[in-house]
Design a protein around this ligand. Structure first.
Ligand code: SF4
Ligand code: SF4
Length: 319
């Protein structure tokens, strides 16, 4: 029954970008991982359907490009090395070397190409390791094309004064991944700082991870790739990395870090395409269900094995 409700919700959320904002808010309010929460979320989903259908038809008629949720990778550096990191950070052999200007430029291009984004996630690695995070936050929060910004952190790095000020914007919420205290020793101090400065946050203490397989080639046919794609919830977090708009972090980071083969047909290169072509490519991109990246992954689905979060890689992979 629970799996059935989850499956319906995933299908709806994939269809209607507006629902991603609703679910992001529900997830950030800490209700995600219990049965009652799923029923509650399902009821909200049903209530939102008429509005979402209207929005979808309006977007189709006006050819608007609307994004439900996109993660922007601000750094590939991290303070942890989680074995099952869905961003593949410990397996990064070609670290991102982006200047602040590169990131701001990509944000400018993205905001020029699309009409609206419900949720932007600022991701790493560990985003608080980025020395100019406040500038990135200010840039996004000042845009009237962005509804909400989540900063996803493991809580190991205390934000500086400039970042705290930037995070006081009402669009911002800090999403703290609830890793064991043995890994994140200063988590209480981190939370105290956010509370002291009235920064909105959620600490996901009931965090569960799913095993997404290894990165070997799986030799799936198009039908199998499509089936996996339909079930995979990671498709709800598109990824912008180095000017490339990807379906998920495994695709974006995997290709960028050299962990899976790069396939230019899997992403939209927003840096090199003229605006109207980029818009056209984005529309096509959102109607696709077959991606080569899904041949190097088992997806994040309701059938995937639940695993302990944040198990650390014992032998360092990247020297
Ligand atoms: S904290 Fe772990 S899961 Fe998060 S980015 Fe770092 S290595 Fe990946
Ligand atoms: S199955 Fe495909 S969409 Fe899902 S996480 Fe893997 S690569 Fe991404």
């Amino acid at each position: 029954m629970r799996k059935f409700i989850e499956k319906i919700q995933i299908a709806f959320v994939k269809q209607f970008p507006l629902l991603r904002l609703v679910f992001a808010k529900l997830a950030l309010s800490g209700i995600r991982y219990n049965f009652g929460a799923y029923l509650y979320a399902g009821a909200i989903c049903v209530l939102m359907i008429p509005i979402s259908i209207f929005e979808k038809i309006f977007a189709l008629c006006t050819r608007r490009v609307v994004i439900g949720q996109v993660g922007i990778i601000v750094t590939s550096r991290c303070t942890l090395k989680c074995k099952e990191c869905s961003a593949l950070i410990p397996y990064c052999t070609q670290p991102l070397n982006k200047t602040l200007n590169d990131i701001l430029n990509d944000i400018d291009i993205l905001l020029d190409v699309v009409d609206y984004i419900y949720v932007v996630q600022l991701l790493g690695g560990e985003p608080f390791l980025h020395g100019d995070l406040d500038v990135i936050i200010d840039k996004l929060s000042s845009s009237n094309k962005v509804a909400a910004i989540n900063i996803v952190t493991n809580g190991t790095i205390l934000p500086n004064k400039k970042v705290i000020t930037a995070m006081q914007n009402k669009k911002i919420r800090v999403q703290i991944s609830g890793y064991p205290k043995t890994l994140v020793k200063n988590i209480d101090g981190f939370i105290d700082i956010l509370k002291l400065h009235n920064v909105k946050f959620n600490h996901s203490t009931s965090l569960k991870w799913r095993h997404m397989g290894d990165r070997s080639f799986k030799n799936r046919n198009n039908g199998e790739l499509k089936e996996l794609f339909e079930l995979c919830t990671s498709t709800l977090c598109n990824t912008l990395i180095d000017g490339e708009y990807h379906i998920c972090p495994i695709s974006g980071n995997g290709m960028s870090f050299g962990v899976i083969p790069k396939n230019a047909t899997d992403f939209v290169d927003i840096r090199s395409l003229p605006k109207m072509e980029a818009r056209q490519s984005m529309r096509k991109f959102f109607s696709r269900k077959v991606f080569s990246a899904c041949n190097y992954c088992d997806g994040n689905t309701i059938y995937s094995k639940i695993i302990e979060p944040a198990e650390q890689v014992i032998t360092p992979i990247v020297e």
